[in-house]
Every structure is written in C-alpha cells, then in structure tokens.
Write a protein that binds this ligand. Structure first.
Ligand SMILES: Cc1cc2nc3c(=O)[nH]c(=O)nc-3n(C[C@H](O)[C@H](O)[C@H](O)COP(=O)(O)OP(=O)(O)OC[C@H]3O[C@@H](n4cnc5c(N)ncnc54)[C@H](O)[C@@H]3O)c2cc1C
Length: 443
C-alpha cells in the first residue's frame, strides 16, 4: 500500500465521498456548513448529467454542455477538498481507502459509485457493442455513426452498405427509446441533407426489448405511447425478443432472424460498481450494497452507500429504489443532515423516497411522462410531455452556463431542424475487417 495522500487535515471529522454523481454531489453540497471536512474522490474531475448523454451521441449537444468540473461547482465551499483518483479498496478497520494516488483516511465513508454496464457475462457483446455510460462512450458513438456514413459513400455492396447504415439498439428502457428517437430524427432531417448520394430509406433503426413492453416501470399508457411514437418514426421495435449474439457484424435474435450492423448500442442493463474490501454480506446479488433506512451499509455504522449502488429494501420498494437520479439526490441531501445529527448524537431520520415521476422523450414533440402531483399520478404525452421534459431537464442541469448553453442549442436545433455537433473528433469504434453473412439476413 502507498502512504497517506497529502490532504490538509482540518482537525475536523473527515467525510470521504467516493463518486461525485447525482448522490455524491448532493451530499457534498448538503455538508457545506457542517463541522466536517468533505473529501470527494472521483476518477473523473467533473460531474456528468447522464440523462442527456444520448444527445451528445447524436450530435445535438456538445459534451461540455452536460458536464461541470467539481472544483467549479463547489468553489467557495471552504470545507470541500477534491482528489481525482480511482478508489481501489476499503480497509474498514483502519478507516482508510486505497486509491490510485495513495491512501486516504476517513472518519465517515460514503460510497456513491453508481453502476457500470451489465453484459451478463457476454464477452463478445462487451467487445463489439457500444454502451452509453460516460462522455467518452457518447463521443465514441457519435464518431462511429458519422464515420460509418462517411465510409458508406464508398460502398456499393448492399449488405455491406446496410451494415454501415443500420443501427441496433438493445434495451427498451429510457436510454434505448430516447436513442432510437434521436437516430430517427437524424435520418429524417439531417442525414438527407448531408449525404445526398445515399438512399436514407436503407437506414434501419432496430430496437430490441426482451420484455413485452417498452419503458418497463412506467405506466401502461406511457409504454403504449412510446411504442406508437417509435413506430410513427419508422423504428423497428422487436418486443419479447432478445439478441443472442453479436460478432461486430451479425446480430442474431432469439426469434431466429439476423440483422447486420456495425453499430450495436447496448442499453440493456447496468450492475453496481462496488469496491473491494467490505464484508461479503454487505453486497447483495444485485451488486448493490445493502443499506438500512439511514443509508448505513449492513454491518458498518460509519460506512454509508447511496444512489444506484445502494439497495434499501422497503415494503414499497422490495428490490430497492429505482436506479434513477432522484433517489440518489434525495438520499444525498438527507445523509448530509444525518451526518450532522450523528456528530450531535441526535437520532437519525429514516429515508422516504418522494417519487416525482418519470419521463422519456422520443424525438420532437413526442414524450411520455408519469408525473406525481399532490399524491396522484398524471400521464402526459405529446407536445405537453415534450415541453415538460425539456423544461425539467434544463432546470436539472448543473450550472447556469450549462442551462443557457443547452437551452440555446435546443432552440437553434428546433428552428433549423438541425443537429450541428456533427464532428468526428478522436476515435470511432475500431472497424472490423470485411465480413459477409453466410445466410440470408434482413438487410
Ligand atoms: C445514458 C443514461 C441515461 C439516463 N437517463 C436518466 C433519466 O432520464 N432520468 C433519471 O432520473 N436517471 C437517468 N439515468 C440514471 C441516473 O443517471 C443514475 O441513476 C444516477 O446517475 C445515479 O447517481 P449516483 O450518484 O448513484 O451515481 P453516478 O451518477 O453514476 O455517479 C457515480 C460516480 O462515481 C464515480 N466512480 C465510480 N467508481 C469509482 C471509483 N472506484 N473511484 C472513484 N470514482 C468512482 C464515477 O466516475 C461517477 O462520477 C441515466 C443514466 C444513463 C447512463
């Protein structure tokens, strides 16, 4: 083990937060006036607003409009310290975490590390698909889709051409549905102007969902509307189906059909990103830490977990809270208050999730939302849903500059029906050597 990392010791209890996503950031802010030293450790130096990642991938937004550096967000918070590092393991007894830059001592440790993509052990899928979990993923996807179109201009063979122009999205949750909607907008409004020599009717967008409905977890109305909107946009939705294999070119479906694509977008599941070192009983099968109603990890009173990585089982949420932003934010805010209560030896307050609802947008003027208002659920769709979605997302962005940038970019995109960030900067997914199907595929 490396020696202790140089971080000023304020002589106050030190709260180390691992991960500055929605939960970790809310907690760091909530501790602004607490008599503690807050040390945030994250492997990246910025907070990312993941709900808009797909817009970076589809050239609507620049990456820097959905991220914000931690040091900028929390500038002026005197008790806040940041270290860019990856936390590798935890020594609970010694109260230190081992990181890529050495050890960091803690009095209270909060794990807010979120999730990573879950490929369910399919190594080929992991190798050849593109997932959407980080800014790097989004830029790689944008590069890949634009590079494919540039290469397609040189291709005569129909099957090869289709492998460049077609997209397969796996997973009919919000990310898959929103991605499919955004790709169909590129096909309708942007690519016909950019690639006049290509027949855009050949660009197929497939969305494969293992269950019988899209947007599982939302209301039946929302699922039905999402399907209707995608069909109106010409997306081929495969319900109750599954991708059984993908070799970078051929997609095999459970139903027997085969598709060809060089771009398979994996949005089919996530799994927790735990850190080694805690007792095995603390980690559930879901790869999430088992926490009590105060977010304390099972078996530890000074180690907490929150957000996507935490599973708090309640009668209303027997499998834990949904892995979305609001539970993480609300847990972060309450934990800030509870850490102050711990220091003052006051009883802790249990967490109760205030579900504000869920929304997804499917291209221009089309969105679905299940909104909770005054204890009742309302469904919004179409124009109203789309306006509400846009409004909520602009407000939720971190930082005034980002809100203005996104608002202006969306206004411009709306008026011009354009998506102006069509840059290929950096790497695309490595192209495969020429491939050919043995059997007849849907092309
Ligand atoms: C593409 C996409 C779209 C989404 N759309 C929506 C949506 O529309 N609405 C919604 O509510 N939710 C959405 N979500 C889910 C939402 O983003 C998550 O639920 C939320 O981010 C969880 O917050 P968190 O704080 O638990 O973790 P995260 O926000 O994931 O943050 C985890 C942080 O931990 C850091 N980290 C991880 N491991 C380590 C380590 N070992 N050492 C140091 N740092 C580490 C990471 O760098 C990251 O900054 C979406 C997610 C994705 C990926």
């Amino acid at each position: 083990m490396e020696g202790l990392t140089k971080i000023a010791d304020l002589g106050k209890p030190r709260v180390v937060i691992v991960g500055g996503g929605f939960g970790g950031l809310a907690l760091a802010k909530a501790l602004a006036s607490a008599p503690v030293q807050v040390v945030l450790i994250d492997k990246q130096n910025y907070h990312g607003f993941w709900p808009l990642l797909y817009q970076v991938a589809t050239a609507s937004l620049n990456a820097d409009s959905i991220v914000s550096p931690f040091r900028k967000i929390l500038t002026g918070q005197d008790n806040f310290y940041f270290r860019m590092a990856e936390v590798k393991s935890i020594d609970a007894a010694a109260q230190v975490v081992e990181t890529s830059i050495g050890q960091v001592r803690f009095d209270y440790l909060v794990l807010a590390t979120g999730t990573t993509s879950n490929f369910f052990g399919d190594k080929q899928m992991e190798k050849y698909s593109i997932c959407l979990k980080s800014v790097t993923d989004a830029i790689e996807l944008r590069n890949t889709l634009l590079s494919n179109f540039e290469q397609a201009l040189q291709i005569g063979d129909v099957e090869q051409l289709n492998s460049m122009l077609d997209f397969v999205i796996v997973g009919g949750g919000p990310t898959g549905v929103e991605m499919a909607g955004a790709l169909s907008e590129l096909r309708a409004h942007v690519f016909p102007r950019d690639y006049r020599e290509l027949d855009l009717k050949q660009m197929d967008i497939h969305l494969v969902q293992s269950g019988p409905v899209l947007l599982k977890g939302m209301s039946a109305e929302a699922s039905a509307h999402a399907l209707k909107y995608l069909e109106e946009l010409g997306v081929q939705v495969w319900l109750d189906n599954r991708v059984t294999s993908y070799d970078g070119y051929t997609v095999k479906l459970k139903s027997g059909e085969q598709l060809v694509t060089r771009t398979l977008i994996w949005a089919a599941g996530v799994t927790g990103a735990p850190i080694a070192g805690l007792a095995p009983e603390a980690l559930l099968k879901s790869n999430r830490y088992q926490v009590n109603e105060f977010n304390q990890v099972a078996g530890y009173d000074h180690i907490f977990a929150l957000g996507d990585i935490a599973q708090m089982t309640t009668p209303a949420y027997p499998e834990g809270h949904p892995q979305v932003a609001q539970p993480a934010i609300q847990q972060g805010k309450l934990l800030g208050q509870n850490i102050e209560r711990l220091l003052q030896k006051q009883p802790l307050r249990p967490f109760k999730y205030d579900d504000k609802g869920t929304m997804a947008t499917i291209g221009r003027h089309r969105a679905v939302g299940d909104i909770q208002l005054f204890g009742k659920q309302y469904h919004i769709t179409g124009w109203l849903g789309w306006l509400a979605w846009s409004f909520v997302h602009v407000l939720a962005l971190v930082g005034f500059r980002n809100r203005i940038t996104v608002f202006l970019a969306w206004g411009w995109n709306y008026i011009t029906q354009d998506k102006g960030m069509r840059y290929i900067i950096g790497k695309a997914k490595a192209p495969l050597e020429e491939k050919q199907l043995d059997e007849k595929a849907i092309v």
